[in-house]
Design a protein around this ligand. Structure first.
Ligand code: 0X9
Ligand code: ZN
Length: 478
C-alpha cells in the first residue's frame, strides 16, 4: 500500500515536471487580450479549431484587438494552447485555475449536507428541483400565485410561468420576467426564484414591492430553456443554446436569443448550426421562443414591461441590439437604467454599464427584448447579472445573494418608473379611488433620498438598505 502511494506521488510529480505548471490537471479559464489584428485572428482560430469554449465574447467573430477574451480550456488542450499563445508572443492570465472545483461547488446539494446553513435561494438548483419548487410555491401561496403553462420545449419539457397577482382587476397591467434563455447562465434562474420569494415574503412589508404588485401582475418564467439547463447539469456545464436537432448538421442547438423576429439572422447572428449564436431555421423555429412570443402576443395589451435576465458582465441593456438605430423612447429607457445603475452603485457598491444593446456590447439581432419592444412593449430590458469575469458563469453560490439583490433593486426601480409613466395620468384624475391613496403612498416611498444629500454616495445612517436575506425565509419544502 505504502509503495503504491509513493508510486502515485512520483507519477504526479513527473507530470508537474513535464509542464512546469502546477495547475495543468484541471480545466481552466484564461484571459487573453490580443494586441494586434494577427493575434485576434489567431485567437479566433484557436477558439474554433481546438476543444475550447468562448466565454467572452460569445462568438469568435466579436474578438478584436484590445478586448479581453475569456476562454474555457479543457485540460487536454491546455498545453497545446498555452504553447501556441507563447509562440505568438501572447501572454495569458489564468482567471480560473480549477473550474472542476467550482462546478462541484455550484452543484453541491445541501440536502445531502444538513449541517450547511446556506438556504434554498442561495444555492443553484437542478431542473427537477425547480419544477418541484414551482409546484410547491403555487400550492403554498395559492392566494397570490398561479402556474401558467405557456408551451413546451424541444424535448417536450413543460414551460411553466408563475403569475403573481394580488388582485384581479379589469385592464390590469403586467410585467414579464424570463430567466434562463441561455443554459449556462445559472444565476439567471436563481434570480427568478429569488424574485418570486422576495415578492411573496415582502408584499405588505416593503413599500416598493407592494406598490408594484398593487398596480401590476408579474409573470415569471424561471427557466425558458429547460433542455439546455438540464444538459448543463448532466453533460456539459458550458452549454448555451437549446437542444434542438438541425436537419442538415450534426451540431445541436439554436441560440434562443437569436431566434426572435427582430432583424432575424442579420449581422451578429449566424446561420451555421455549429455556432453558439445560431439563429435557427426561421424566426421562432424553436418551441421555446415561439411559446414566449405567443404568450406575449396574446398579452400585449397588458404587458407593459419586459425583462430578460442573463449573465455575465453587469449590464442593463435596452433596445436596440439588432440595429444601431435609436429606439423611439431611447432617452426614457436610458434614464431608467441610469437610475437603476446608480441605485446598485449606492447600495451595493458595484458598477453596471448601461445603454442600448448594440452600442453597449455588440450587434445581436433576433433577441427577445428587441422583439418585445417592436411588438409594442415599450419598456423592454435585458439585464446581465454578476460578475465581470472573475468567475463568469461559475459564480459561486455565496455570490447569489448579492447578485440577486442588485438585480432586484434594478427591477424595482424600473418597474416603479414604468408605473409612474403609464399609470400616473389616470391617478390624478381619480381622486377618491384606491389608486389615489396608492399614488400618495407611492410618491412618498419612491423618493426617500429626495430630502437627503446624495453627496456621500452611500446609504444614509438609519436608511433601509435593501438586503433581502433569504436565510430568514428558507424554503423547507423538500
Ligand atoms: O448575446 C446575448 O444574447 C446577450 N448576452 S449573453 O452574454 N447573455 O449571451 C445580450 C442580449 C442583448 N439583447 C439582444 N441581443 N437583443
Ligand atoms: Zn445570455
Amino acid at each position: 500500500m505504502k509503495a503504491l502511494l509513493i508510486l502515485a506521488v512520483l507519477m504526479n510529480l513527473e507530470g508537474l515536471l513535464k509542464t512546469g505548471d502546477c495547475t495543468h490537471t484541471h480545466d481552466q479559464v484564461l484571459s487573453i487580450t490580443p494586441q494586434t489584428q494577427e493575434q485576434a485572428e489567431l485567437l479566433r482560430n484557436v477558439s474554433t479549431q481546438y476543444e475550447t469554449v468562448l466565454w467572452q465574447p460569445v462568438s469568435p467573430q466579436y474578438i478584436k484587438e484590445e478586448d479581453p477574451v475569456h476562454l474555457f480550456v479543457p485540460v487536454n488542450s491546455s498545453e497545446t494552447i498555452k504553447d501556441l499563445l507563447q509562440k505568438h508572443g501572447m501572454t495569458h492570465e489564468v482567471l480560473l485555475a480549477n473550474t472542476n472545483e467550482l462546478v462541484e461547488m455550484q452543484t453541491r446539494n445541501d440536502s445531502t449536507d444538513p449541517r450547511s446553513s446556506s438556504s434554498y435561494y442561495e444555492r443553484y438548483h437542478s431542473l427537477e428541483d425547480i419544477y418541484y419548487w414551482i409546484n410547491k410555491t403555487s400550492q403554498d401561496h395559492s392566494d397570490m400565485v398561479k402556474v401558467v403553462l405557456i408551451g413546451s420545449s424541444y424535448e417536450k419539457r413543460p414551460l411553466y410561468a408563475l403569475k403573481l397577482s394580488v388582485e384581479e382587476r379589469p385592464n390590469k397591467k403586467a410585467i414579464w420576467i424570463d430567466c434562463g434563455i441561455h443554459a449556462r447562465e445559472w444565476v439567471s434562474p436563481a434570480f427568478c426564484l429569488w424574485f418570486v420569494q422576495y415578492s411573496l415574503s415582502h408584499y405588505k412589508h416593503n413599500q416598493d414591492i407592494t406598490n408594484i404588485l398593487d398596480n401590476m401582475d408579474v409573470y415569471v418564467l424561471p427557466v425558458m430553456n429547460p433542455d439546455g439547463y438540464k444538459y448543463t447539469w448532466t453533460t456539459n456545464r458550458m452549454w448555451r443554446k437549446n437542444r434542438s436537432y438541425s436537419k442538415d448538421s450534426f451540431c445541436v442547438g439554436v441560440d434562443l436569443n437569436r431566434n426572435f423576429d427582430a432583424n432575424w439572422c442579420t449581422e451578429g447572428a449566424s446561420d451555421t448550426p455549429c455556432s453558439e449564436i445560431y439563429c435557427g431555421a426561421f424566426p421562432e423555429s424553436e418551441p421555446e421562443s415561439e411559446a414566449v412570443a405567443n404568450f406575449l402576443r396574446s398579452h400585449k395589451d397588458s404587458v407593459q414591461l419586459y425583462l430578460s435576465i442573463h449573465s455575465y458582465s453587469q449590464m442593463l441593456l435596452f433596445p436596440y441590439s439588432c440595429t444601431l438605430e435609436e429606439a423611439e423612447n431611447h432617452n426614457d429607457l436610458l434614464a431608467m437604467v441610469q437610475e437603476a445603475a446608480q441605485k446598485i452603485k449606492r447600495y451595493y457598491r458595484n458598477t453596471y454599464k448601461y445603454g442600448a444593446g448594440a452600442k453597449t456590447i455588440y450587434l445581436a439581432p433576433g433577441g427577445s427584448d428587441d422583439w418585445a419592444y417592436n411588438l409594442g412593449i415599450k419598456y423592454s430590458f435585458t439585464f446581465e447579472l454578476q460578475d465581470r469575469g472573475r468567475y463568469g458563469f461559475l459564480l459561486p453560490p455565496s455570490h447569489i445573494s448579492k447578485a440577486c439583490n442588485e438585480a432586484l433593486i434594478a427591477v424595482k426601480t424600473i418597474a416603479l418608473r414604468v408605473i409612474e409613466k403609464t399609470q400616473a395620468p389616470q391617478l390624478s384624475a381619480c381622486f377618491h379611488t384606491r389608486f389615489c391613496c396608492l399614488q400618495d403612498h407611492y410618491l412618498l416611498s419612491f423618493h426617500p433620498e429626495a430630502s437627503q444629500s446624495s453627496a456621500s454616495g452611500g446609504p444614509h445612517i438609519g436608511e433601509d438598505v435593501p438586503q433581502f436575506n433569504s436565510n430568514k425565509v428558507s424554503f423547507s419544502g423538500q
